[in-house]
Design a protein around this ligand. Structure first.
Ligand SMILES: C[S@@+](CC[C@H](N)C(=O)[O-])C[C@H]1O[C@@H](n2cnc3c(N)ncnc32)[C@H](O)[C@@H]1O
Length: 259
């Protein structure tokens, strides 16, 4: 390399002289600025990806410990009771069913835990038309889903978004447990997760959050969200978004995002 020249200047040099057209282009494009921008963009993306990996590792640790202690029951994934766990499923499934009143509906349950939504669907009338797949970032929970499955075990997979297009992506409690006190960092991470799920959602996405007037993370590391802010974000970025509130679960909000 020529001493004193930056690596990207050396790489770009042949490009500049490649053809007459490209030479003409160099009159209008400052290649050093472009290279700088690309460099900054890739560093930003790399940092974001590293932070996201770090969060996932911490989340796995938190749920693994809890599951080891309490096992395959609502308290094993931080729910206070089966009744409250199932009442959240009921709201989500009701929203999906009314958005698609006929025919089969494929749903991907992101953050499926030990697979309790399957039990809910099997116990509930009118749910035979749901085609379920479950995803979680925790290998221990996915192993437990597969070992106890009443549906084909391969319908449970590791992941933070569906592996293929589905009608609806659904999440219950998935983003409630934060692993940082930095609310901006956590919201960036959570919205990034939503964006990945949205790409695989043919018709829509339904998820719940703990609701508050202003976003914050509690001392117990629970993420409470300014639901109107998230609704505005989803509407701008994804599609028409409604917020469902139920008196039986006053601290919860369910967001329904439709294409
Ligand atoms: C509170 S539990 C809820 C489990 C299940 N939805 C239920 O209601 O029974 C949250 C689950 O989400 C999983 N999780 C957290 N963040 C996730 C992410 N970004 N993608 C997929 N799963 C995630 C956790 O490992 C955990 O199993």
């Amino acid at each position: 390399m020529v001493p004193g020249l930056l690596r990207h200047q050396v790489i770009l040099q042949p490009l500049r002289s490649a053809t007459a057209n490209q030479a003409h282009l160099t009159e209008f494009i400052n290649f050093d600025t472009v290279a700088n921008c690309l460099f900054r963009w890739s560093v930003c993306h790399m940092l974001k990806a590293l932070k996201s990996l770090h969060f996932r590792r911490l989340i796995r640790g938190v749920y693994t410990q809890r599951f080891k202690k309490f096992g395959r029951q609502p308290s094993g994934i931080y729910w206070t009771s089966k009744e409250r766990q199932f009442s959240r499923f009921a709201i989500i499934i009701q929203q999906v069913a009314s958005a698609a009143p006929q025919g089969t509906i494929s749903i991907a349950d992101i953050g499926c835990g030990y697979g309790a939504m399957v039990d809910y669907l099997q116990e509930s009338a009118g749910c035979a038309r749901f085609r379920y797949s479950g995803y979680d970032i925790n290998p221990q929970l996915i192993r437990s889903c597969r070992a106890n499955a009443t549906i084909p075990a391969q319908q449970f997979q590791m992941g933070d978004c569906p592996a293929e297009l589905v009608d609806f992506t659904v999440m219950s409690g998935t983003y409630n447990m934060a692993v940082t006190k930095d609310i901006d960092d956590w919201e960036r991470y959570f919205l990034d997760c939503l964006e990945r799920c949205w790409r695989y959602s043919r018709r829509g996405m339904v998820f719940n959050l703990l609701a508050a007037d202003q976003s914050y993370i509690s001392n117990g590391m629970l993420y409470h969200s300014d639901v109107n802010k998230i609704r505005r974000y989803c509407r701008a970025k994804f599609g028409a978004t409604r917020v469902i509130r139920k008196s039986g679960l006053p601290s919860d909000a369910t967001l329904v995002v439709m294409r």
